[in-house]
Design a protein around this ligand. Structure first.
Ligand code: ADP
Ligand code: MG
Length: 380
């Protein structure tokens, strides 16, 4: 009997690991922008419910494609809602020595930086998460459980398969190492202790502005590099044996997922694109492999990005990928590619995509939808 019980426990543990190893996939649609739609074609994507969207099928306009994800954030979704549903729930794990990662994926112009960084008026995932970590630590300290906490940050970039420090910029490519406990380390990377949220702000904002300024000079570097913010929470037991645990949170604004080879880049730009594609391409293979379960080989070692994230993606860590998409036709193929990467399931539905934004003013659209719904539920 005890053998059977042990077997059951082992199975539960295996199932548990498999579940937590999954990467949750959220998709966020940014609002329609007239600027991005010179032909005035309207939107080609819209929300159906909290998990599902539909997109026109370009092969056959009498059909739409419906995609399902763990969560779908429609264009009206606020920064606070994205944070609450996709990021806040993973933060408490950091204080128990577990790792987590949040990625913004998608083509350039679809809202990755808006989602991660946001603006002064609409702060994104990064400032909210860092504030959240400080609040959790404060609450723990009030509980007097006998642990001391410290919070610190590193900020780096992977550009052209090189690992570069954004807190003390130099052109030096930093090595990625693994210690005997299978933790990934970057010797030489600046680690800045943080005393408060405003302290974080004063280190992070100049560094991220540096990156943006460099990007306009250097051929939109920001769309070709992965910006990676690491928040480390270390807790130490006050009394012997003074156990110590470290939780790492990676907040990643990925390079644009568009295929740069198609836009006719040449020379060095082609090389950059190829390198970016290597890290992004490997990331999608890693996510696929984790989400398929089955315990097959996960190709972490095939790129710098996935190597760096090896101890914070899969295993017992908590990961979420926010795939950003844009509604305009200009983005159609990039959206389609990003969705096929992100989707849990896809279905072709035999019904035309009605271009409501172009043919009917939005107020009328709302009313006619309400009427339809009222009709369906049998109300007058
Ligand atoms: P990416 O980083 O993916 O290239 P950005 O975050 O720079 O894209 O977004 C492109 C533009 O769209 C920016 O002007 C940004 O402010 C705007 N934008 C993106 N997402 C939203 C959103 N959810 N609400 C309002 N504006 C958005
Ligand atoms: Mg960006």
């Amino acid at each position: 009997i005890s053998d059977m019980a042990a077997q059951r426990v082992a199975e539960d543990v295996a199932r548990g690991t498999k579940q937590t190893a999954r990467v949750r996939v959220a998709v966020r649609l940014r609002p329609y922008m007239h600027m991005q739609d010179q032909k005035g074609e309207g939107a080609c994507v819209r929300r159906l419910d909290t998990k599902t969207l539909e997109i026109i099928n370009w092969r056959n306009a009498t059909e739409t494609l419906q995609y399902q994800f763990d969560v779908f954030h429609g264009e009206e979704t606020t920064q606070q809602e994205v944070f609450l549903s996709s990021v806040k729930p993973i933060l408490p794990h950091l204080l128990k020595g577990q790792n987590a990662s949040v990625f913004a994926y998608g083509p350039t112009g679809a809202g990755k930086t808006h989602t991660m960084l946001g603006s002064q008026e609409q702060p994104g995932v990064i400032p909210r998460a860092v504030r959240g970590v400080f609040n959790l630590v404060k609450a723990k300290e009030r509980e007097h459980e006998g642990w001391d906490y410290s919070i610190g940050m590193s900020y780096l970039e992977i550009y052209n398969e090189k690992v570069l420090d954004l807190l003390s910029p130099s052109a030096q490519d930093l090595p990625i190492r693994e210690n005997k406990d299978r933790n990934i380390l970057i010797p030489g990377l600046t680690h800045t202790p943080l005393s408060s949220f405003s302290n974080f702000h004063s280190h992070f904002i100049p560094a991220s502005l540096n990156r943006t300024t460099a990007s306009t000079k250097l051929n939109q570097r920001s769309s070709r590099s992965h910006a990676i913010l690491l928040i480390k929470v270390v807790r130490t037991q006050r009394n012997p044996p003074h156990r110590q645990q470290t939780g790492k949170l990676y907040l990643v604004d990925l390079a644009g997922s568009e295929d740069n080879r198609r836009t006719g880049n040449e020379g060095i730009r082609l090389k950059e694109s190829g390198a970016i594609n290597l890290s992004l391409f490997t990331l999608s293979k890693v996510v696929d492999s984790l989400n398929a379960g089955g315990g097959g080989r996960v190709p972490y070692r095939d790129s710098k990005l996935t190597r760096l994230l090896q101890d914070s993606l899969g295993g017992s860590s908590h990961s979420v990928m926010i795939t950003n998409i844009a509604p305009e036709y200009t983005y159609y193929f990039e959206t389609f590619t990003a969705l096929n990467f992100a989707a849990k399931s896809k279905q072709i539905v035999n019904k035309p995509f009605i271009r409501e934004t172009v043919t009917v003013p939005s107020v009328q659209v709302k009313r006619s939808r309400e009427e339809q719904e009222a009709g369906r539920s049998g109300e007058p």
